[in-house]
Design a protein around this ligand. Structure first.
Ligand code: ADP
Ligand code: MG
Length: 315
């Protein structure tokens, strides 16, 4: 961002004291210097206003969400995030907006021990890019490609809630149920269960584009297919109440934005997975299993289940 105010803005909103011992140099120099113990895991995601989130989303939610989607990506690799950089494009230096945005971002960062170590600030249409770095040391990581026929397909939490909020917004039905709007505005990245399953799950992905689309990526990368029982989808009471069973199922299968994890687990390790879920305080639901072949077969009680829409497509 040109003109006066840029450095003040960075100082005021983003340059916070960093206690992380791995940060040798943080905000304020030409680049950050980070001490790692082994391999690093890096993810970056961009959120464009009006494209990746509704224009009227509160600033606090945008700050949370921009970081949450990246924490979720790193968590889906089975690794805890440590450092973030932030590229922020703003139409104006609106202090009220920046207050909210920084509060949302740092509340979440503090909860997961993530330090903001650098970034860039420019003027233009509201766009937020966060890059996240984790230090994997010598630990195994959870790739999409590790699934094998016979492994169970499991998901964390409940699915379809954020999509339910968007559906309610699109219908202009006011008010959007609080529990659903909360899932849309403040998705909780599944770090504890992601890292807890690091040595247990065979593959993992975070559900950003919808279960069918994202499990499809696991199947493709793992060279197998999947059978999913739509009757087992974990649906929240709020979603069922707002949408009814059929619509709730479609939203859970095709709607993204919840940032739950979908993991595949070898049958012999199911007890360990249950234990990891209990330790993380997150529910883990078995939806079906990977099988030979390709593609995803949806069923309810053995009867083929038709899904109208696919996952979110970026282009
Ligand atoms: P440079 O011209 O060297 O790129 P900048 O003026 O872009 O430097 O940034 C100055 C310092 O502030 C750098 O350390 C940069 O990482 C940091 N920074 C800039 N914008 C942000 C931001 N939005 N969040 C965090 N750090 C930022
Ligand atoms: Mg710069």
């Amino acid at each position: 961002m040109s003109g006066p105010g840029e450095f003040e803005l960075i100082e005021r909103y983003f340059n916070r004291p960093v206690r992380e011992p791995g940060v040798e140099i943080g905000i304020g120099d030409d680049a950050a210097v980070l001490a790692v113990s082994g391999r690093i895991v890096v993810a970056v995601d961009t959120l464009v206003a009006g494209v990746h989130f509704p224009d009227d989303l509160p600033a606090r939610a945008i700050g949370h969400r921009a970081l949450a989607v990246n924490i979720s990506d790193v968590a889906a690799m089975g690794i805890a995030p440590r450092w973030a950089t932030l590229a922020l494009t703003l139409p104006a230096a609106d202090e009220l907006w920046l207050d909210g945005f920084a509060a949302g971002l740092f509340d979440l960062a503090d909860r997961y021990g993530v330090s903001l170590v650098g970034g860039d600030t420019t003027r233009g249409p509201l766009t937020v890019t966060v890059q996240l770095i984790g230090d994997a040391g010598d630990d195994p990581v959870l790739a999409r490609s590790g699934g094998r026929p016979g492994d169970g397909v499991w998901v964390t939490g409940t699915l379809g809630d954020a999509a339910g909020a968007i559906a309610a917004r699109d219908r202009h039905r006011m008010p959007v149920p609080d529990a659903l709007e909360q899932r849309l505005q403040f998705p909780e990245p599944r770090v504890a269960i992601g890292t807890g399953l690091r040595s247990i799950a065979s593959a993992a992905i975070d559900i950003s584009d919808g279960l069918v689309a994202d499990l499809g990526h696991v199947c493709e990368a793992s060279g197998c297919g999947a059978r999913i029982d739509a009757g087992r989808l974990p649906l929240s009471a709020a979603l069922l109440e707002a949408e009814g069973l059929e619509s709730a199922r479609s939203l859970a299968l095709a709607g993204g934005d919840d940032y739950e994890l979908c993991v595949t687990i070898p049958p012999a390790l199911e007890p360990d997975a249950q234990q990891a879920a209990a330790a993380a305080g997150v529910s883990l639901t078995r939806l079906g299993e990977l099988c030979d072949g390709s593609g995803i077969r949806l069923e309810t009680d053995g009867v083929p289940y038709e899904l109208a829409a696919g996952g979110y497509r970026h282009f």
